[in-house]
Design a protein around this ligand. Structure first.
Ligand code: ADP
Ligand code: ASP
Ligand code: MG
Length: 410
């Protein structure tokens, strides 16, 4: 008998028929004799709808109140799933994140889990209950409701799997697994059978929203094997796990993110400590920065460009407003028309041929690269958003399809 944590995403719970289907999947797993903790997201687009309700009253809703509102989406799902299970004769208990013992920081809308008190879940498992937990939420030590950031149900599932030492964590979604590119954008994309935590973490960070980045980090830290698979099929999906063998260096996937914001600070004094001052201000507002370019510029002044997510625009503006009080620079530009396309694969950045082929393929398609960044297992290019889809297709053809055809010929 195994202990399995399953997570069902919003698209798998979009209407009552889908909830019935999820209930029958849960029943089947239970009938096989497994212990089950089931994490659910809000139904369909509920979270988006709740956000727009709040924003129509106030474009900048107080974050504590926003979390109070958003957490209701997942509460609808836990209770409906538990009710659907009762009609199949399966006994289950639904718990909010707080009731499940998920304790977080008080950074509303992007709270971090720092402790999980598993006693209540373990008690219920001993009583042979299926435990259904609301994803994406927790509570502060003071008892206030928090949410974990968009896609946070993945984090709840992987964190619970870690805390309960589950045998593995299943992420059920609307696609068959993790693909070589978003299958909704590139229909020929191939399902990947196995990915290392490092590769999945890069893909998630770079926009493959099938798994939330922090969920991957939890799984890696606690060695939880994750199986990403479809709610609507019995087929094997993608296993995310420790891969030790020294595999050949190759591009595993192409990812994209359309919501990039490029910021240029013009005429920044060319002195030691200035870059530190700028990035300290951004870090104080918890802005995650991706690419940075400091131009050659003139002797005394340089231009400094960097890239953040458009979601963080308000925070970037606040950080720069603070910075302007301490540092004089000659101007700034915000460009919201950019996107990022990336190649992911362990070790690829150390292979010069891969970078050359990426830049060459984009050049052949007439796509100009604005900025570039690399890490051990990725190469990313900032390009205009209206060319993003074209770029993903071109790169998928260059790095995935050509290889697929080669292997078929062998
Ligand atoms: P859920 O509601 O189950 O949490 P999400 O919408 O958050 O599902 O994530 C699944 C979606 O991720 C897919 O529908 C797909 O469009 C998108 N996606 C982006 N890149 C990839 C990829 N490389 N492989 C699989 N899915 C991807
Ligand atoms: N419902 C939340 C969201 O839409 C959490 C999740 O689906 O994982 O972001
Ligand atoms: Mg999701």
């Amino acid at each position: 008998m195994s202990l399995i944590v399953q997570k069902y995403g919003g698209s798998s719970l979009a209407d009552l028929d889908k909830i019935r289907l999820v209930a029958s999947r849960v029943k089947k797993c239970r009938d096989e004799g497994h212990e089950l903790v089931v994490v659910v997201s809000a139904m369909g687009k509920t979270t988006d709808q709740l956000i727009s309700l709040a924003k129509s009253l106030n474009p900048f809703p107080p974050e504590r109140e926003l979390d109070m509102l958003l957490s209701t989406g997942e509460q609808v799902s836990i209770s409906l799933l538990s009710i659907a299970l009762s009609s199949l004769g399966v006994s289950s208990v639904s718990l909010t994140g707080g009731q499940a013992g998920i304790i977080t920081t008080d950074t509303y809308t992007k709270a971090k889990i720092f402790h999980i008190d598993t006693r209540r879940i373990k008690d219920l498992l001993l009583k042979h209950q299926v435990v259904i937990v609301a994803g994406f939420q927790g509570r502060t030590p003071q008892g206030d409701i928090t949410t974990l950031g968009r896609g946070g149900s993945d984090v709840t599932a992987c964190a619970l799997a870690a805390a309960l030492s589950a045998d593995f964590c299943e992420i059920y979604t609307d696609v068959q697994g993790v693909f070589t590119a978003d299958p909704h954008l590139v229909p020929q994309a191939k399902k990947i059978a196995r990915l290392s935590y490092e590769e999945m973490s890069e893909m998630a960070t770079l926009g493959a929203k099938v798994l939330q980045p922090r969920a991957v980090d939890f799984s890696q830290a606690y060695g939880v094997r994750v199986h990403v698979r479809s709610t609507f099929s019995e087929r094997e999906g993608t296993w995310v796990e420790e891969i030790n063998s020294m595999e050949e260096v190759r591009v595993k996937a192409i990812t994209h993110s359309g919501d990039m914001l490029k910021i240029v600070l013009l005429g920044v004094p060319n002195q030691p400590g200035v870059a530190a001052q700028i990035f300290k201000a951004l870090s104080d507002f918890s802005v995650f920065i991706d690419m940075i370019i400091q131009s050659e510029g003139r002797e005394d002044y340089k231009d400094l460009a960097f890239v953040a997510s458009r979601e963080d625009e308000e925070k970037v503006r606040k950080a720069i407003a603070c910075l302007e009080k301490e540092l004089s620079f000659q101007g700034m530009k915000f460009d919201e028309t950019m996107s990022r396309v990336s190649l992911v694969g362990a070790g690829i950045a150390s292979s010069p041929n891969i970078a050359y082929r990426m830049f060459n393929a984009l050049a052949r398609a007439g796509i100009n690269i604005d900025m570039i960044s690399t890490s051990n297992s990725r190469i990313s290019c900032l390009i205009p958003r209206d060319l993003m889809e074209e770029a993903v297709k071109v790169l998928h053809e260059e790095f995935i399809m050509q290889e697929v055809r080669l292997n078929e010929e062998v």
